[in-house]
Design a protein around this ligand. Structure first.
Ligand code: RP5
Length: 163
């Protein structure tokens, strides 16, 4: 969603992360929350990461979702350079199935918080939903949409074990 300004930034270490991180974008779209999605790599584009993180608040973002795989330093490095809440999504890696990504993101030193989600698409989707819940604290209309989303989800779960 390329609105001119958006409250959520979805950043990721590589274009190869997008199929996973799209689940965050889809959740935000379902709730009518604008976002910008971009590739910002801690290792391959460190200057871009620095500029993004340092400028994120002034750019109007309220929440940052950061996804990365392997030696997943992007969420933590971003969190070290902004006061905005950072939600980290461990992208599933080929070699270690995302355990490397998870541990890289979750084991932050005290003082630099990153809220770490589950590995892969479920984590990305939940990051989108969590970002919306954070924004909903100051937005009654969005809070209503978040509640309706949860209710719709419950309605879709049949109690029956057969069709
Ligand atoms: C990380 O390395 C990215 O976040 C990605 O998950 C992983 C592999 O990147 P590519 O080699 O596919 O670009 O930095």
């Amino acid at each position: 969603m390329n609105a001119e300004s958006a409250p959520v930034a979805i950043i990721m270490g590589s274009r190869s992360d997008w199929p996973t991180m799209k689940a965050a974008a889809d959740a935000l779209e379902a709730l009518g929350v604008a976002y910008h999605a971009k590739v910002v790599s801690a290792h391959r584009t460190p200057d871009r990461m620095y500029a993004f993180a340092k400028g994120a608040k002034a750019a109007g973002y309220k929440v940052i979702i950061a996804g990365a795989g392997g030696a997943a330093h992007l969420p933590g490095m971003t969190a070290s350079m902004t006061e905005l809440p950072v939600l980290g999504v461990p992208v599933e890696s080929k070699a270690l199935k995302g355990m490397d990504s998870l541990l890289s993101i979750v084991q932050m030193p005290g003082g630099i918080p990153v809220a770490t989600l589950a590995i892969g698409e479920a984590g990305a989707r939940n990051a989108g939903l969590l970002a919306a819940r954070i924004l909903a604290l100051g937005d009654a209309d969005l809070a209503q949409r978040v509640a309706e989303y949860a209710a719709r989800q419950s309605d879709m779960v049949s109690e029956s074990v057969e069709d």
